[in-house]
Design a protein around this ligand. Structure first.
Ligand SMILES: *Cc1c(COP(=O)(O)O)cnc(C)c1O
Length: 391
């Protein structure tokens, strides 16, 4: 625990600050929205969308989530090593060679073939305990899943004969094209479930809704929802509403200031040249930290509450900004790269629009290099600050 950042061993001025109280509030608000009829699977893949998985996991689980969902087995094992008792679902497929590891660590694995069901059953028998799985059904997205044709669904019935396989859940994923296509997928999914249930299956968990669907389409919440972006305060919904706030802030400090004379260039290829004598600040972050390189000539940072445009090509580890709006800027002053929109900062929504992508890409591409700093701000209580090493 270290309260004074200047004496903390971060060794870097470019940092990602995560407000854990925002994460806690967001997950509580999501749970309250869906109510007691549905449980919340918290999607924490890609290092919890760049926020850092291990510090967030207990906050998410202690504030109402039932399950942590990741994309890959490696992500699941990272959680299981630190928190063996948290249920973890791998939503992607895992190759046969790695399935023994999944079973050994009691990871809940997604499957979409009878062959893998048989393999996991054998592994379970050797371990002496059943292996838990969720079945993925392809209702049109065509990414993974058992096809929902009669032959394929008929084959799923054979899973009932596998005593070391515990089929805990069944799920699908919406393409979110429009109301009609969502409805079609949902109906295809419920038809599959009805058939399997009428043939003796029981699924503890049935789920199809991600962050957007769980807010905009309450009728598709079933008894579990998969909340990802929403947990981090990234809002994609259009029709419904839930109160969530962005937890992440990306900051750095000015490392150098140059006076660039009229006509002189900045950075590779001199793509930007000073139209007049200009104060240019150097900031020690670049695309290797996860900032989109294509934000050259578009991106801005906030210094002293004023926007400063990035000028010239963004380098791997540094970039330059025009300091004309902040003539009193000094080396060591804070520059906010991603804020929450307050104090004239650019929020993740704005950055994603500028970069021509979505909010999830902007946060999940944040690299491991910037140290994460975690704060937990509670009213009437001193803010606690600690850091989590950057590897
Ligand atoms: C990533 C993912 C989610 C979460 O998506 P958000 O849009 O961030 O809520 C849900 N389900 C599956 C299968 C995913 O891969």
């Amino acid at each position: 625990m270290e309260n004074n950042q200047n004496t903390s061993p971060l060794l870097r001025d470019t940092v990602i600050k995560v407000d854990l109280s925002a994460i806690a509030e967001n997950i509580r608000n999501i749970c309250a929205l869906v109510g007691p009829s549905a449980e919340v699977a918290a999607v924490v893949k890609a290092n919890a969308y760049g926020h850092g998985i291990l510090p967030l996991a207990p906050v998410i689980m202690e504030n109402g989530a039932s399950l942590l969902a990741v994309a890959t087995l490696s992500e699941a094992l990272e959680i299981k090593t630190a928190y063996p008792d948290y249920p973890v679902l791998v939503m992607g497929l895992t190759s046969d060679a790695y399935l023994p590891q999944a079973a050994r660590y009691s990871v809940i694995q997604t499957i979409d073939t009878v062959e893998q069901a048989v393999l996991l059953n054998e592994i379970g028998e050797k371990l002496g305990r059943p292996v838990s799985v969720h079945l993925k059904i392809d209702t049109g997205f065509h990414r993974i899943g058992f096809p929902d044709d009669p032959d394929s669904i008929q084959k799923i019935l054979t899973l009932k004969d596998l005593p070391w396989l515990s089929v805990e859940g069944i799920f699908s994923h919406l393409a979110l094209l429009d109301d009609a296509s969502n409805k079609e997928q949902y109906e295809r999914f419920t038809r599959v479930i009805a058939y399997l249930e009428s043939n003796g299956f029981h699924f503890r968990y049935k789920h199809i809704a991600d962050s957007i669907a769980l807010v905009d389409y309450p009728e598709y919440r079933m008894n579990m929802v998969r909340a990802g972006a929403l947990i981090y305060g990234l809002k994609g919904f259009h029709k419904g509403f839930v109160s969530v706030r962005q937890a992440l802030r990306f900051e750095t400090r000015i490392s150098h200031i140059s006076l660039v004379r009229k006509g002189e260039g900045v950075s590779y290829d001199y793509t930007w040249r000073a139209g007049k004598d200009t104060l240019v600040g150097t900031l020690p972050f670049g695309y290797a930290d996860g900032y989109p390189r294509n934000l050259r000539d578009k991106g801005t940072v906030a210094i002293h509450g004023k926007r400063c445009p990035i000028v010239g090509v963004i380098c791997m580890d540094q970039c330059m900004v025009d300091l004309t709006n902040v003539p009193d800027a000094r080396i060591g002053d804070t520059a906010v790269i991603y804020g929450d929109g307050t104090g004239n900062t650019a929020d993740i929504q704005e950055i994603s629009e500028l970069a021509g992508t979505n909010k999830n890409e902007i946060v999940s591409r944040l690299s491991m290099r910037p140290p994460r700093i975690y704060t937990y701000e509670q009213p009437a209580q001193k803010a606690e600050e600690f850091h989590h090493g950057s590897i």
